[in-house]
Each structure stands twice: as structure tokens, then as C-alpha cells.
Write a protein that binds this ligand. Sequence first.
Ligand code: HEC
Ligand code: HEC
Length: 244
Amino acid sequence: MIRNQRRLGVGLALGLFGALAACDSDSGSSDPLPQDYYDGNESAALGSATNEATCATCHGNTANAEGLPGNTLHNIAYHTGFKGSTDLTLLDGANACVTGWMGGTALTEGDNAWKLLEEYIQSISDTSVTTMNSIQPEVLADLQAYEDKYGSGGDATAGASAYAQSCARCHSGGLTVNAAGAPTRTTLALLSAGEIAQQVRTAGPPPDTGADTTDTRQGPMPFFEVSDLSEQELKDIIAFIKGT
Ligand code: HEC
Ligand code: HEC
């Protein structure tokens, strides 16, 4: 059973009770809703004072959310582990992003913000889906290896729509992630194909996922695994950026 149906029932019951018991209460009009911590100003504010990225910038909330760097948060709440480790909880996974990408302070179980965010993620999750996701950044030997793999074979026309789906949400509007603004496409075009590919595949990762000594591109741009963005899609995007 989908958890949010149950919650809807509880919410209706509480709402009815609230209406009968406390007619003067209009707390619903200005108090943040659980979803605001996923895609609203409340979400961006979990990061640093300058951060504009929300959970929704990087994570979808539907079953078929594709082309984003983070896994969908749909059906994720009841997994047995996070970031490939059964030692990590949903809160740990979220905190890796709040501190690692967004530049904020780690949330704790008792924080009201976390209670609401957790409630939202649970509301879009089925309790029966428990298998954790794997995490596999594509780490090649060195910059030349990215150049060799991604430097040719792209289709710029296909790349335009893939760029619109996966990159433009940050790069078109100069979105600030923690304290860094995303550069324009014209600026990205100054880099080599290998540098662009290495950035897309290895930017970050947040501190707790372990240091990759070959990684000179530390973010806060998030990395895209091959399961998020295929090899062909990345070749196409590079061809589009480079105008080749
Ligand atoms: C700038 C991009 C970015 C932002 C913003 C971001 N995340 Fe993430 N998140 C990632 C990436 C990349 C990963 C690595 C694994 C993956 O693909 O999900 C990740 C991993 C996670 C995981 C572990 C996923 C798993 O399957 O193990 C959770 C849970 C999570 N994020 C929750 C959140 C929440 C909640 C927010 C908002 C408070 C948030 N993230 C904000 C990029 C981001
Ligand atoms: C969540 C927002 C976000 C998304 C999505 C995103 N980027 Fe970025 N990107 C940034 C930010 C912020 C920076 C600047 C800080 C840094 O280097 O991490 C950046 C930097 C870069 C750089 C390095 C620029 C330089 O001068 O060193 C490249 C290349 C790049 N992005 C390419 C891409 C491509 C290609 C995509 C789509 C596949 C993409 N980005 C998706 C936010 C994002």
C-alpha cells in the first residue's frame, strides 16, 4: 500500500478534528508544507545562505525521473541502506547532500525541518520497496581517458535536448549551488571534451563517499553516473556544447 494514501486518511481526520476543535486556527496558510522542503525556498535554505539548489534540482519525485544526477526520491524512504551502504540511513543520505553539495549544516532526527522532509519522502514511497540503489561513478584513469572516450561520436542535435533536460536547470540561469554559480554554456565550450566529461562523471562527490585521488574536479556540481546519463547522451551533450 502506498503510504501517502494512509497519510491522506490521517490528514483528513486531523483536518476535520482541527476544524471542529479550533476554528481560530489558520496555521495552514503560511506554515511550510512537507513538500516545500523538497522543492521550495525551505529546501534551498537547508544549504548555505547563498545556495539556490533544492532537493528537486538534483532528484526527481516520480518513478520515471531521468537525466538527473541524483536518484529519484520516489520509493526511496524504506530502502535498507543509502549511498551503497547499509550503515547509512535516509537522514545520512540527505545530510551528505545538505552538507556536501548545498553547504548547509547537517540535520538531526529532532529537527522540524527533517520531520517534514522525511514525511514528504515517505509520502511518495511504498513501504514494500526496500532494495537499496548502487552507487557507481564512472572514474577513468586520467583526463586523457575521458578525452579518448568522449571526444568524438556525439550528435549535437540530440545533445541539445539532452542538455536541456540534464544541464540547463543549473547552467542556463546561473544557479548557485552552495557558493558557486553554474557557468554559461559559452564558458563550458572553452573546456576540452575530456574536461567536460570528467566534470560530469566525477564532480564532487560529497565528503562521506570517499576520496577519489584522481579527481581534480570537486564540485559543488553533482556527478552523473552512467545510469543517470548514458555514454551516448554525454557524447551528444559535449558535441552540442562544443558546437561540433
Ligand atoms: C546538487 C545536487 C544535489 C542536491 C541539491 C541534493 N542531492 Fe541528494 N544526491 C545527489 C547525488 C549526485 C547523489 C548520489 C547518489 C544518487 O545518484 O542519488 C545523492 C544522493 C542522495 C541520497 C542517497 C540516494 C541513494 O539511493 O542511496 C539521498 C537520500 C539524497 N541524496 C537526498 C537528498 C535530499 C533530501 C536533498 C535535499 C535536502 C538532496 N538530496 C539534495 C545530488 C544532490
Ligand atoms: C545541480 C546543478 C548543476 C547541474 C544539473 C549541472 N551542473 Fe555543471 N556546474 C554546476 C556548478 C554550480 C558549477 C560550478 C562549480 C563546479 O565547478 O562544480 C558547474 C561546473 C561545470 C563545469 C566546469 C566548468 C569549469 O569552467 O571548470 C562543466 C564542464 C559543467 N558544469 C558541465 C555540465 C554539464 C555538461 C551538465 C549536464 C550533463 C551539468 N554541468 C549539469 C552546476 C550544475
